[in-house]
Design a binder for this molecule. Structure first.
Ligand code: C2E
Ligand code: MG
Ligand code: MG
Ligand code: MG
Length: 272
């Protein structure tokens, strides 16, 4: 009896595995076709200078509108795109589209583009970026590249080479989601970032004071003394905004100051 129940459970588990694998295979097949079928779009979220209270740029965030599944979030397909190598073509499309769109904005506004760790380590990253700038006519100083610590983990000398090549072109580099995962304060000294984006877990967790507030203060203080701009991510309330002002952050990005929006919403947003 017990044996039979056990076997039954195993079968259910196996069928569950099959379903998950099938689902992943289907998603992969669809992802391969998504570019050609024009299912991707970019949304843009403003970031604001706390001193002047002006929008100084927008971060490009990819969206995938799947004909059956509806909108698939980047967290659900970027890892798959990385595993399958599709990220290089998708990333190239993001860079070209974001740069072209930014040329329609006021001159002083930047566009920030996320580059995943796999993409960051690919041999043709610099070439792709240079080509996107050349095709769009966007000046290099209006492009920011956002990387996460995953891009920094191995092969320090190649990472440094790439970062310096970007800096030499006049492109700015932001450390995204800082404070999560393995990030180490020594990264801030070792790598030439222009900006640190403090992960929203610290910003939102700082409401109650305590450890998160202390960490926020420490990162902002260290970054500033190393000459970097500090963005607080994920600010959703006026209380959080007031707090990060007190912690010497230089920039803010979050639902409170502006949600990600399609490119055609930007002109209206900037008028308001
Ligand atoms: P990220 O680069 O840290 O982007 C910020 C994420 O936080 C975005 O989620 C944004 O919509 C969300 N967000 C912004 N303000 C708030 C807030 O106040 N509260 C909350 N709860 N969330 C907020 P999204 O668009 O789902 O993107 C998730 C991640 O996917 C991004 O994190 C980035 O790592 C990755 N990603 C997005 N677009 C691209 C892309 O074009 N290429 C690559 N390689 N990765 C991308
Ligand atoms: Mg980002
Ligand atoms: Mg982030
Ligand atoms: Mg993130």
């Amino acid at each position: 009896e017990a044996k039979r129940a056990g076997r039954g459970r195993f079968r259910v588990f196996e069928d569950g595995m099959d379903a998950a694998l099938r689902d992943r295979r289907e998603l992969e097949i669809d992802l391969r076709r998504a570019l050609a079928l024009k299912q991707f779009s970019l949304h843009y979220q403003p970031f604001i200078d706390l001193q002047t209270e002006r929008t100084i740029g927008f971060e490009a965030l990819i969206r995938w509108d799947h004909p059956v599944r509806g909108r698939v979030t980047p967290a659900d397909f970027i890892p798959l795109a990385e595993e399958t190598g599709l990220i290089s073509k998708i990333g190239e499309w993001v860079l070209r589209t974001a740069c072209a769109t930014a040329t329609t904005w006021p001159d002083e506004m930047s566009v920030a583009v996320n580059v995943s760790p796999v993409q960051f380590k690919s041999d043709n990253l610099i070439e792709t970026i240079v080509s996107a700038l050349a095709h769009s006519g966007l000046p290099a100083h209006r492009l920011e590249i956002e990387i996460t610590e995953g891009a920094l983990l191995e092969d320090t000398s190649n990472v440094l080479k790439t970062l310096h090549a970007l800096r030499d072109l006049g492109i700015r580099i932001s450390m995204d989601d800082f404070g999560t995962g393995y990030s180490s304060l020594s990264y801030l000294q070792k790598f030439p970032f222009n900006k640190i984006k403090i992960d929203r877990s610290f910003v939102q967790g700082a409401d109650e004071g305590g450890d998160n507030e202390a960490i926020l203060k420490a990162i902002a203080g260290l970054g500033l003394s190393l000459g970097m701009a500090i963005t607080a991510e994920g600010v959703e309330t006026p209380e959080q905004l007031a707090r990060i002002r007190g912690e010497q952050c230089t920039h803010v990005q979050g639902y409170f100051t502006g949600r990600p929006m399609p490119a055609d919403g930007i002109a209206t947003f900037l008028q308001a």
